[in-house]
Design a protein around this ligand. Sequence first.
Ligand code: ADE
Length: 249
Amino acid sequence: MTAANLGRAGQTDKLSEDCPIGIIGAMEEEVETLYSSMEEKETIKYGAWTLYKGKLCGKNAIVVRSGIGKVNMAACTQMLISVFDVRFLINTGVAGSLDAEIDIGDIVISTDCLQHDMDAVAFGYEPGVIPQMDCSVFKADKRAGELAFSLCKSLNPEISVHFGRVLSGDVFVADKAKKKYLVSQFLGKCTEMEGAAMAQVAYINKTPYLVLRAISDKADDSANMDYSQFEVGAIKHLVKLVKGLVAEL
Ligand code: ADE
């Protein structure tokens, strides 16, 4: 039997503008708010996911909540690519800040993403390096990142926006020593639990992506905030930014 050449992995053609933009949100309220802004919308059930398909700011888009952690994100990202043929991927949600300059409520836009819990050090690899892959730090789409940065400044002037490396791992970081290690080892600007999984699946499938994260905590033992109050503001800022960006993609 010969191998069939299916899918996008070897594809070099640009995907059609009609292909949808895939948006994976972490928060239910965020997904709902985006869905209520959609036109010509339909709800689709696929596996464990509920997807919202329609037009967002005049563009074909599909919005879904992946579930928490890298495996949920990887599976959801591959589903959006393989089943719905998305041409661009956006991940939004919250993250812990790894930089004193980045405050709660601010937004971080990914320059690149890596998995801080990938550890094959016992085989001589550096921490974070994925064995037998040609890449472990996955670059986000530069043009979309720059667009998002300037859009965020004009749409959300009450908060600060930052560019930087997003670190992902299947761990909620709430520890000063761990935070210090993440900064010195990986030069991360924020940490969360999904972005790098989207980034790796996007890389494998040659699909551009961007991660947008609102800072909910400082990833150390001091983080003590009114999460519900933060969440309302964060959703408002992220939704404005996602809609602004989608309109331009
Ligand atoms: N999401 C929000 N804050 C986080 C943290 N400190 N660690 C991991 N994921 C997060």
